[in-house]
Write a protein that binds this ligand. Structure first.
Ligand code: ZN
Length: 208
């Protein structure tokens, strides 16, 4: 499978990314917690061991929760950073992290909206249909302060938009019609304990 790490093609990348191997699993915040509604603080210090450790921990947490993207406020950290390990609709795997991302979408008349099922690790056990543009570009910085431009299509474009929303205090259910949102939140209430148990089992089997 072709792999793009930080937007650059590499020959191969381990199934379990080295970031995840190094990282520790943190608790995933759940809708209702105030940090998920904050505009996250920008990263101002790059190249620190704290930032590298946060990214490692986010990769480990994302893997245990079986997600394809995770924002820092989802591990209770008020910083504008998200990570991803996401296969798009074209069989390309995307892996990376970005700080202080700004989302660029096409102008409305050139946007192609695609509806798909979407879920969120912070709304555990729920999914809802949501239309989003099928292309997205985020611009930001890697952990060392180098500029990054990450382009996504299809499902990866959805992930880039979803994660940027998180860092602006948004959740995908905000974009879902009222009735579907209520259904999703009920689904969460019914399924959340099972989801937490599954994450705990995956973490234990992995030795984290
Ligand atoms: Zn989410």
């Amino acid at each position: 499978m072709p792999v793009l790490v930080l937007g650059k093609r590499v020959d191969a990348y381990p199934d379990i990314p080295p970031e995840a191997e190094r990282g520790a699993v943190r608790r995933v915040t759940v809708i209702g917690e105030p940090i998920l509604r904050k505009i996250c603080a920008p990263v101002v210090e790059f190249g620190t061991s704290e930032l590298a450790a946060l990214i490692d921990d986010m990769f480990a947490t994302m893997r245990v929760a079986e997600g394809c993207g995770l924002a820092a406020n989802q591990v209770d950290v008020d910083l504008s950073v998200f990570v991803w390990d996401c296969e798009d609709d074209y069989g390309v795997r995307h892996v990376g992290h970005i700080a202080n991302p700004i989302l660029n979408t096409l102008p409305a008349d050139r946007r192609n909206l695609v509806e798909a099922r979407e879920g969120c690790l912070s709304v555990p056990g729920a999914r809802a249909d949501l239309a989003r543009p099928d292309k997205a570009i985020v611009r930001g910085w890697d952990m060392h302060g180098n500029p990054l431009v990450i382009e996504g299509s299809g499902y990866f474009a959805r992930a880039l938009q979803h994660e940027t929303d998180h860092l602006n205090g948004g959740l995908y259910v905000d974009r879902v019609p009222d009735r579907a949102r209520k259904v999703a939140l009920r689904e969460m209430e019914n399924n959340r304990e099972a989801v937490f148990a599954r994450r705990a089992r995956i973490a234990a089997e992995w030795g984290k």
